[in-house]
Write a protein that binds this ligand. Structure first.
Ligand SMILES: [Fe+2]
Length: 197
């Protein structure tokens, strides 16, 4: 097995371990069995190096999980989902995600999608929504979460937040970046779209 495959398989087993110990995640969607790594492009964006170099202010409980994800950063297909004329250049310097598990992910499955989401400090991810029901799980850092039908909350490592289908939400960071898993189930083929609120 190549070194790169080891890095991917290590991240997968850290995530599977997390699933087995976290009922919010395992009740939202079952962790797929028989996930195989497939050949996938890699794509570099500003977030790539930021995540790769992030090794301070980590939650000691999730340090192995965090490191297994940051090690993946140079080898994954980073995406941004929005164009500069929608969200501005500053946002695109601070935001990115990659589909680690899912229909178009590095580990292919049609049972769910798990995106790794990175948002730099001092960033604002504007209001958006999507058809898929979504669970956020915070790996590291901190952010303010606003949504249409829920109270505003500051979330940090191990916290979760559910967004219903088409429930608009926005995310703001201040002095900390935030690394999260964004898990989609049902209708995860549709992409996220910006909304007024
Ligand atoms: Fe979302």
């Amino acid at each position: 097995m190549s070194n790169t495959e080891n890095i991917f398989n290590n991240a997968k087993s850290e995530i599977e371990k997390l699933w087995n110990n976290n009922s919010v995640l395992s009740n939202f969607v079952k962790f797929p069995k028989n996930l195989f790594l497939k050949n996938q492009n890699k794509n570099k964006i500003p977030a790539t190096d930021k995540l790769f170099n992030w090794n301070s202010n980590l939650d000691t409980k999730l340090i192995e999980l965090h490191n297994s994800i940051s090690c993946l950063s140079p080898y994954v297909n980073w995406e941004q989902g929005y164009k500069e004329n929608e969200v501005g250049k500053d946002f695109l310097n601070k935001y990115g995600f990659f589909e680690l598990i899912g229909p178009s992910g590095h580990f292919k499955t049609s049972e769910m999608a798990l995106y790794v989401n990175y948002l730099c400090k001092n960033a604002y991810y504007p209001w958006h929504n999507h058809d898929a029901e979504e669970l956020y799980f915070i790996v590291s850092g901190k952010a303010k979460f606003e949504s249409k039908d829920q109270n505003t909350e500051i979330l940090s490592s191990t916290n979760t937040r559910l967004h219903k289908s088409f429930e608009s939400h926005a995310i703001t960071t201040d002095e900390n970046p935030v690394l999260s898993f964004v898990i989609w189930k049902n209708k995860f083929e549709d992409v996220s779209k910006l909304t007024k609120n």
